[in-house]
Design a protein around this ligand. Structure first.
Ligand SMILES: [Zn+2]
Length: 206
């Protein structure tokens, strides 16, 4: 087991001053009134507090360090240097344009180079970046770049498919549209055959 120095990718820092809890709840009251309702009516009286709590969960990724999750690695691999794939990692995120939820699954693969990482840590990296305001494109890139930087493996492949409520519930109102994004780094980027194997493994039945 070795500790690797952290090389955090370029991630937006917290805003300089975090508003107080009371300010956040006031902002929710303003939005409720803006929507056309009365924030003082009984059904809505506790909503600002609940929304503040919910934001704490939805956006807990701002207070977590994805690279730190990958700092502990294992060198006892018995020479294993082939694709390690985690399929169907469920994630929930929010689009940075409308704060509308989008949810889907991620497939994350890497080819180790002498050391491996705990499997749950890869899923944790997806979760940390998903629990921030995102675009699916940026989310896909950030997960791939973080694993590539932290583990220095032979390659990383990330594929995500998600449904965006900002498309289904508003705007063009297209339900059941799936957005698919992928990011290939290292050997997955340079070798078509490896990308093909990744795709085959992703689509193979369990
Ligand atoms: Zn949106």
């Amino acid at each position: 087991m070795t500790k690797k120095p952290l090389l955090a990718p370029n991630i937006a820092p917290l805003p300089p001053r975090r508003p107080s809890r009371a300010e956040a709840e006031d902002a929710v009251r303003t939005l409720l009134a803006w929507a056309g309702d009365d924030p003082a009516r009984p059904g809505l009286i506790d909503t600002p507090a609940r929304v503040a709590d919910a934001y704490g969960e939805y956006f807990s990724g701002y207070r977590a360090d994805a690279a730190a999750e990958l700092a502990t690695t294992f060198e006892e691999t018995a020479g294993y240097d082939d694709i390690v794939l985690l399929k169907d990692i469920r994630f929930e995120s929010h689009c940075e344009h409308h704060i509308a939820p989008f949810a889907g699954i991620a497939h994350v693969a890497y080819m180790p180079s002498g050391r491996i990482v705990g499997l749950s840590k890869l899923a944790r990296v997806v979760e940390i970046f998903a629990r921030r305001l995102q675009t699916q494109e940026a989310l896909t890139s950030e997960v791939a770049a973080t694993i590539m930087t932290a583990l220095a493996p032979q390659g990383v492949a990330v594929m995500m498919s998600a449904e965006h409520t900002c498309m289904s519930a508003r705007g063009v109102r297209q339900p059941h549209v799936t957005t698919v994004t992928s990011r290939f780094l290292g050997r997955f980027e340079s070798e078509t055959a490896l990308r093909d194997r990744f795709m085959m493994m992703v689509h193979a039945p369990r």
